[in-house]
Write a protein that binds this ligand. Structure first.
Ligand SMILES: C/C=C/C(=O)SCCNC(=O)CCNC(=O)[C@H](O)C(C)(C)COP(=O)(O)OP(=O)(O)OC[C@H]1O[C@@H](n2cnc3c(N)ncnc32)[C@H](O)[C@@H]1OP(=O)(O)O
Length: 245
């Protein structure tokens, strides 16, 4: 069974992560598949919104650490890079439903979503420095805009996990929803978006994200730094330590 699954429901393209044995860690094939489903959805006039979710106890543990160890050049053809720019450029609205852990890109991709809901067991973490890396997905610009400079520094430099209640207070997510209602509620919200006039919806999203050029430039800067850190001895030691644990 594919680790990225897709189905369409009344104008909503639902993309789910399904690799629970590795806590839905994104490997290169998953990034590629995810990007393809997004590109197809953007091109399909019947699709008017996206919904992302994980499995019952995990959204995603972020990038596959094994892939970090084997990573090639992070150029424009790299599946992770392609995914990040595709996510950034999405014209149609995106809803995310977070169950359990959302680590690394699992948290930073939420900053590109338009509505984010989480259950009360959700845990968020951006452990980039802990892994001897740097923030990605433009989180170094988006997070300070959302939560303020000092709080962003705390979340990124210390890299500690925080719960759904904290994420709601910081407005990283819209609302905490009971676990058994999370997917149905998030889907209902996505269907509401899908039912509204699509061109107005897309223009409004574009206006809300008026700083896209700056965000994209920051994402590019992050990737240069990230690629360099990825090759460092301190990062390799951290990856090995996680995998041996
Ligand atoms: C460009 C993007 C950058 C980023 O995304 S950086 C962030 C990278 N991600 C991480 O550092 C997260 C690493 N994972 C965790 O911290 C924990 O996991 C969780 C909190 C998500 C879940 O903890 P628990 O429920 O106790 O599960 P478990 O025993 O740690 O993991 C179960 C199996 O899943 C594998 N796994 C988990 N996350 C990853 C990952 N990110 N990459 C590769 N494998 C992963 C483990 O190794 C293990 O596997 P086995 O059962 O074979 O021992």
């Amino acid at each position: 069974m594919s680790h990225i699954q897709v189905r369409d429901d009344q104008g909503v393209r639902i993309i789910s992560f399904n690799r629970p044995e590795k806590r839905n860690a994104f490997n290169l094939e998953m990034y590629q598949q995810f990007t393809e489903y997004l590109i197809q959805g953007e091109a399909d006039n019947d699709i008017r919104a996206f919904l992302f979710h994980g499995t019952e106890n995990c959204f995603t543990s972020g990038n596959d650490i094994v892939d970090f160890l084997q990573s090639g050049a992070l150029d424009d053809n790299h599946p992770t890079v392609k995914f990040l720019f595709c996510l950034l450029d999405l014209k149609k609205p995106v809803v995310a439903a977070v169950t359990g852990a959302a680590v690394g890109i699992g948290t930073t991709l939420l900053l590109h979503c338009d509505l984010v809901y989480a259950d009360n067991k959700a845990k968020f973490q951006m452990p980039f420095v802990n892994l001897a890396l740097v923030p990605e997905a433009a989180s170094s610009i988006l997070l300070p805009l959302i939560v303020g400079q000092q709080k962003a520094a705390e979340l990124i430099l210390l890299g500690e996990a925080f719960d759904a209640e904290t994420a709601e207070k910081l407005t990283i997510i819209n609302r905490v929803v009971a676990q058994d209602e999370l997917i149905s509620f998030s889907l209902a919200q996505a269907k509401k978006l899908a039912a509204l006039p699509p061109l107005s919806m897309q223009a409004s999203k574009r206006l809300l994200r008026h700083n896209q050029a700056e965000v994209k430039a920051q994402m590019k800067l992050e990737l240069v730094e990230f690629a360099e850190r990825l090759q460092s001895d301190e990062a390799k030691q951290r990856f090995q330590a996680f995998l041996k644990k």
